[in-house]
Design a protein around this ligand. Structure first.
Ligand code: ZN
Length: 263
């Protein structure tokens, strides 16, 4: 569905670029899945009003319009979410100018565990992101990356397939000799285990290039996009490392139990 992700995940002022319809009555009304504060769980919300509400006619030109969308929880039919959206005058992007309840600063439980004492810096990054302060968000996420990179690379070593483990360990020793995060990442990024490469993509490779971009001349808008990528990569790596270790541990335990039984 068009702009479902935009409504669910995008912070204020972050542009969602696409080709948009020129009349308000042509806009689709996708259902969204978000947390309901009454049901206290993830629920489906459906849009209950029209894009052209408060306009003189239904096919009112969309260019430059600000519209209000109201979404109702389909389970309790009580809790509502509201979005205020700006449609660009060239119909090439939209962004949120308001949202109630506000964009949630939600942190994955596994990520919270991994971040530990760095959690407060990560939260500041999220707050910046929620307000559209891309430069600030990027700076906070880069700081987090610098703070946790050694731990992160260390914990990856346990997931490396046996054949590559020596190679990885040798590279890991070299990473301790530099203080530059990008150089550390560069040393090990090609040795990532398959569990950390979704669809063959290399998150450390992407992280390396995103961090190298620098923010010196970039706009808030561009930084916001890069910051979002950095956050997603950190989240993916931290949660995936914890999950993989947990799965391996469960597997070992159940195998051990099986072997003990046979004895
Ligand atoms: Zn509900």
């Amino acid at each position: 569905m068009p702009y479902k992700d935009f409504l669910e995940d995008f912070p204020l002022f972050k542009k969602y670029k696409a080709k948009f319809w020129d009349a308000l009555n042509n806009y689709p009304k996708p259902a969204i899945n978000m947390n309901c504060q009454s049901c206290k769980s993830l629920q489906t919300f459906s849009m209950t009003n029209e894009f052209f509400d408060l306009k003189e006619y239904i096919n009112y030109p969309a260019a430059g319009c600000k519209v209000r969308l109201e979404y109702l929880c389909q389970s309790c039919r009580n809790f509502t979410r509201e979005f205020f959206i700006y449609i660009s005058s060239n119909l090439d992007y939209i962004y949120k100018i308001g949202q109630y309840p506000e964009w949630e600063i939600k942190i994955d439980k596994n990520l919270e565990l991994t971040l530990g004492k760095h959690l407060s810096v990560f939260k500041k990054g999220l707050v910046c992101e929620s307000q559209g302060y891309g430069i600030g968000a990027f700076a906070y996420y880069r700081r987090i990356t610098e703070n946790i990179i050694d731990e992160l690379l260390d914990s990856i070593s346990e997931l490396i397939e046996t054949g590559d483990r020596e190679k990885y360990k040798a590279a890991l020793i070299l990473t301790k000799k530099t203080r530059v995060t990008q150089e550390k990442i560069d040393l090990v990024k090609d040795l990532l285990p398959t569990v950390l490469r979704p669809n063959g993509m290399n998150p450390l490779g992407v992280l390396h290039s995103e961090l190298s971009e620098g923010i010196h001349s970039e706009t808030d808008e561009n930084c916001l996009e890069v910051a979002g990528h950095v956050r997603e990569i950190l989240t993916f790596l931290c949660t995936q490392i914890i999950l993989s270790k947990q799965t391996a541990k469960n597997f070992t335990n159940s195998m051990q139990a099986l072997l003990n039984k046979k004895k």
